[in-house]
Design a protein around this ligand. Structure first.
Ligand code: ADP
Ligand code: ZN
Length: 307
């Protein structure tokens, strides 16, 4: 590794494993992973990995499973909040890293990290405004608006958009424990399995399930398009491993928007407007690295009076 380069530490904190990375980008990233056991044991391994590298770190980025507290003014900022995972409820993840290294620690959700990583090195490279939506066990999304990941009162919960549900076409009531037939309740992987009686991955490409799935996802994407105005939307997660879904979603999205979002990106280039992500299994760790670098960039811009 280059001695004079600024090194960054990246941590993808997942429910089953923590992936740690040291580097500056996709080409020099050195990684290691540790199982998510108790916070003490896992964090000890994580901290040892970074210390043993002998590097000096300019900043750390942590993209975490949730729910997490992202409110900088909250006394529990940087904590994992109410997870059912034993021992992790109210754990101060940011505090643990900061007390070991005393450098800036950027903290966000895994999907927010993913949109940032894709915007730096992946399918939304160079774009200031993008959405990353994962359709898997649940549905979750991260949005980048004018180069900033969107947070507010908490963080957006795009999986829980309310969308029209025609009970005559689809009597399945939905499986969201909070809302029943929100987007996640109708279109996540488990919803498909419950509705059709087989895991989504074994339904053949010509099965009617895919037209209905594309319909629900397109309805969700209309809402995201007209509220966030992304320049590109990336669709990832297990359910999107079905390549036929992309064109079905593009077609339905175009039809639902009906020419109203009058821009060539949507009207003429819908195939590039709706795309799969590019970073694959490295999305989480590269997103966390991008978070670390954005923490330093923000500090520099504030110091330079350009905030
Ligand atoms: P998670 O959301 O838990 O991180 P994934 O993104 O892998 O995990 O999503 C898991 C869901 O994706 C499951 O509901 C599974 O049925 C579904 N899934 C996995 N592989 C496929 C596939 N090839 N086609 C369609 N659905 C799939
Ligand atoms: Zn819901």
């Amino acid at each position: 590794m280059h001695i004079l380069k600024s090194m960054f530490g990246a941590i993808e904190a997942g429910g089953t494993k923590f992936v740690c990375g040291i580097g500056t980008g996709p080409h020099d990233l050195v990684t290691a992973q540790f199982p998510t056991s108790s916070p003490d044991v896992t964090l000890a391994s994580v901290i040892e990995f970074f210390k043993d590298s002998g590097q000096r770190f300019e900043a750390f980025g942590v993209g975490s499973f949730g729910p997490v507290d992202l409110d900088l003014f909250s006394p529990t900022y940087g904590h994992i909040t109410s997870t059912p995972k034993t021992g992790w409820s109210n754990f101060d993840l940011v505090g643990a890293i900061r007390s070991a290294f005393d450098v800036p620690v950027a903290f966000d959700t895994d999907v927010n990290a993913a949109v940032l990583g894709e915007a730096r090195w992946g399918a939304a490279r160079g774009l200031s405004d993008a959405v990353y939506l994962t359709i898997g066990t649940g549905i979750g999304g991260g949005a980048l608006v004018r180069g900033q990941v969107v947070h507010g009162l908490v963080h957006p919960e795009m999986g829980h958009l309310r969308i029209p549900h025609d009970l005559t076409r689809d009597p399945f009531p939905g499986c969201c424990p909070f809302h029943g037939d929100c987007l996640e309740g109708l279109a996540c992987g488990p919803a498909m399995q419950m509705r059709w009686g087989a895991p989504a991955g074994v339904l053949p490409p010509e099965h009617e399930a895919w037209a209905l799935e594309a319909h629900y996802l397109a309805l969700g994407l209309v809402n995201l398009t007209v509220t966030l105005s992304p320049r590109r939307i990336l669709l990832g997660g297990g359910v999107m491993q079905q390549p036929q879904l992309f064109d079905m979603i593009r077609e339905q999205l175009g039809r639902l928007l009906n020419g109203y979002v009058h821009h060539p990106e949507v009207m003429e280039r819908i195939a590039s407007f709706i795309q799969p992500p590019q970073l694959g299994s490295r999305a989480g760790i590269l997103g966390s690295l991008a978070l670390a670098q954005s923490a330093v960039a923000e500090k520099a811009s504030i110091a330079g009076g350009r905030a």
